[in-house]
Design a protein around this ligand. Structure first.
Ligand SMILES: Cc1cc2nc3c(=O)[nH]c(=O)nc-3n(C[C@H](O)[C@H](O)[C@H](O)COP(=O)(O)O)c2cc1C
Length: 376
């Protein structure tokens, strides 16, 4: 074992009332390999490989709250019927690595639901083929989130990530462009009701006060009226309202915020910079640093480190040492090499993601997702 060049990355850190053994976060990466919504053997093998890789925190990919809001045909669905599979998944991860913190991302795909196999729904300004959700339907979906979170606890996970990013329903809800005239749109209070009401209800329902509650947000989406603008007609960045969201999350005593940006398929390069758009990582770093300055006790996870390849380690270490983030998250790199943290520690050569976008192409084609460059 080599002397550790990255002491802060390999140092423990609390998240909620739990301790992660290091600051490496395996970001949620949908891999579209369930069996009709149920956890498959391929899914279990993927997460076992991550567990063996020594990540401090593993965030299990976007799990749909029901079958009618799938972004991918074979996305997993966290419901009562599928619970046993999720219990097996969590046990399998723990068997390989009892210390990794396991979080589950809870999602409703909204407009991003595939129309061939699901039901695209809009909160405002529906396009052709999209159903405009009624007030009651939104409340039913909100209750679905709460149920899924309760099931995540029963599966044995350590916590959840409410997906409020990447153009999914939770993200649409927050946007200044959400001009609904009922209790879910218009004012900031209305647009954050989904979150505030859900967190309050979840706390009543959970068995343990130690269950970790966090959320992934797109701090700036890059679309007119999107998160990170100051009005329905605005396009340029104005982060003041997103700052208010962080302050709200503090009052809700949330445990962590996973800071992302952009909308895959719309402003993809903001979400996942590639070789030709590498410098977008600087925006992602800036958003995470800004959130950290406002977050108080809430832990902050930064995103979009993959494009930096080997250099990501030194920059993650620097961001941690300077107090700009508490954790660093890798997305595509977890597919290229699930053993990344362990290999660095043991001085074993790493397969670095080449940003070829092969994984994204598989996802768009509704194939099981994996790295097309390296076979892991
Ligand atoms: C194939 C694929 C699947 C993804 N699935 C999810 C997901 O389920 N939930 C999520 O929040 N982000 C998802 N993302 C975004 C990543 O978590 C991450 O934010 C993005 O790839 C940027 O990080 P990176 O530069 O380290 O890859 C996905 C990205 C890709 C390429």
């Amino acid at each position: 074992m080599i002397p550790n060049k990255y002491p802060r990355l390999y140092s423990p850190c609390s998240i909620g009332k739990r301790i992660a053994l290091n600051r490496f976060v395996s970001q949620p990466m949908e891999c579209n390999d369930s069996l009709g919504g149920k956890v498959s053997e391929r899914t279990i093998a993927r997460y076992e490989a991550l567990a063996a890789g020594g990540w401090g925190v593993i965030i299990i990919e976007a799990l749909a709250i029901s079958h009618d809001c799938l972004a991918r045909k074979n996305q997993m669905v966290l419901n009562q019927e599928n619970l046993e599979g999720f219990q097996r998944l969590v046990s399998a991860i723990r068997r390989v690595n009892p210390q990794t913190i396991i979080l589950m991302q809870i999602a409703h795909s909204g407009r991003k639901s595939g129309k061939e196999f699901s039901r695209p729904t809009a909160l405002y300004a529906p396009k052709e083929g999209e159903h405009l959700l009624t007030d009651d339907e939104i409340e039913t979906i909100r209750k679905g989130f709460v149920e899924a979170i309760v099931l995540a606890e029963r599966s044995g996970a350590d916590g959840v990530d409410l997906k409020l990013c990447h153009g999914y329903l939770g993200c649409e809800m927050l946007r200044p462009a959400n001009n609904r005239e009922d209790r879910w749109g218009g004012s900031f209070e209305n647009r954050t009701r989904f979150l505030t009401k859900s967190i309050a209800e979840v706390r009543q329902r959970l068995s343990s006060s130690e269950f970790i509650l966090g959320s992934r947000v797109s701090y700036y989406e890059g679309i007119r009226g999107g998160c990170g603008t100051c009005g329905a007609e605005e396009l340029t960045e104005d982060l003041r309202e997103m700052d208010d969201l962080i302050k709200l999350m503090r009052t809700l005593n949330m445990d962590y915020i996973n800071v992302s940006a952009g909308i895959p398929g719309v402003t993809s390069e903001i979400t996942r910079p590639t070789g030709t758009s590498k410098w977008f990582y600087l925006h992602q770093f800036r958003y995470a640093q800004r959130v950290k300055a406002l977050a108080g006790e809430i832990k902050v996870i930064g995103s979009a480190y993959t494009v930096l390849q080997e250099e990501s380690l030194a920059l993650a270490e620097e961001n941690l040492q300077k107090g700009y983030v508490d954790f660093a998250g890798w997305g595509r790199q977890i597919l290229a090499d699930p053993a990344f943290p362990k290999k660095i520690l043991e001085n074993i050569p790493v397969n670095y993601c080449t940003m070829c976008s092969g994984c994204s192409r598989l996802m768009v084609k509704q194939q099981p997702v994996g790295c097309v460059m390296y076979r892991n």
